[in-house]
Design a protein around this ligand. Structure first.
Ligand code: G3P
Ligand code: MG
Length: 249
């Protein structure tokens, strides 16, 4: 169904423009900006010395030339690793950014969806709330996680923060809408394959944004637009921007 009065979804660059540049690196975020994204999605962990760093996996092995767990390495050790050449030799020299560094390269009108992966139980929620206050970013981020307890902790620490519920399961099986309301969530982040007819509208009726992930094929992007979602998380922000422009023409 096409919702005639609905706004087009915002373009959320997954790990930056991760389809065309090494994920979660400054290069990927800069490319996403060039391609006209509205927001970034990125993943965070806590380093051994308490810095919030932007990387997806719990270990550095897949996306750098190093080895070992993020939580066992200091920020200096992490930032010495090459985070680009695994993707393509032309990206040699890219590094794992701190979250603060990504804030500094992000224009104020670009939203950031911070997904908490690691550091839960090590104080990442307190550290994140403190950094957001320092960087005056509390109002322009959405913090999501598969770890509901981490989101609930953040909600207690900083009630004004926008919280996104991230899940891979069928919504109806897990009664996530009431749960979302319980922590005053801002948004639902379902795997796009799990979004059922009418769910975006049901969420909107509760005042919740819906940001499905990770939508890379044009046909799937079209289906999400027509379902009335509020944002689409994609590895190809340029492809989605082009599609939205063609539909608006
Ligand atoms: O935040 C949406 C999506 O990034 C969740 O899965 O594994 O890509 O972080 P993953
Ligand atoms: Mg993620």
């Amino acid at each position: 169904m096409v919702l005639l009065n609905s706004k087009p979804p915002i373009v959320i660059a997954h790990r930056g423009a991760a389809g065309e540049a090494p994920e979660n690196t400054p290069a990927a975020f800069k490319l996403a900006l060039e391609q006209g994204c509205d927001a970034f999605e990125l993943d965070v962990h806590l380093s051994n010395d308490g810095q919030i760093v932007v990387i997806h996996d719990y270990a550095v092995d897949r996306t750098t030339d190093g080895h070992g767990d993020v939580s066992l390495l200091t920020v200096d050790e992490l930032q010495r690793l090459d985070a680009g050449k695994w993707f393509h030799p032309s990206y040699q020299g890219e590094h794992i950014p701190t979250l603060e560094e990504v804030f500094d390269l992000t224009p104020p009108h670009i939203e950031i969806n911070i997904e908490i992966k690691g550091g839960i139980g090590s104080g990442i929620e307190e550290r994140l709330a403190e950094l957001l206050r320092q960087k005056n970013r509390t109002g322009s981020v959405v913090v999501s996680s598969f770890h509901f307890n981490s989101l609930a902790a953040l909600n207690r620490i900083e009630p004004a923060l926008r919280i996104g519920l991230l899940y891979e399961l069928w919504l109806k099986d897990h009664a996530l809408l009431p749960k979302a309301a319980g922590i005053e969530a801002f948004s639902l982040h379902p795997s796009f394959r799990r979004l059922e007819a009418g769910q975006a509208e049901a969420a909107a009726a509760q005042g919740l944004a819906v940001y499905p992930w990770t939508v890379n094929a044009e046909a799937d992007m079209t289906a999400m637009i027509e379902a009335g979602v509020s944002g689409i998380i994609t590895d190809y922000p340029g492809r989605l921007r082009n599609l939205l422009e063609r539909r608006a023409a």
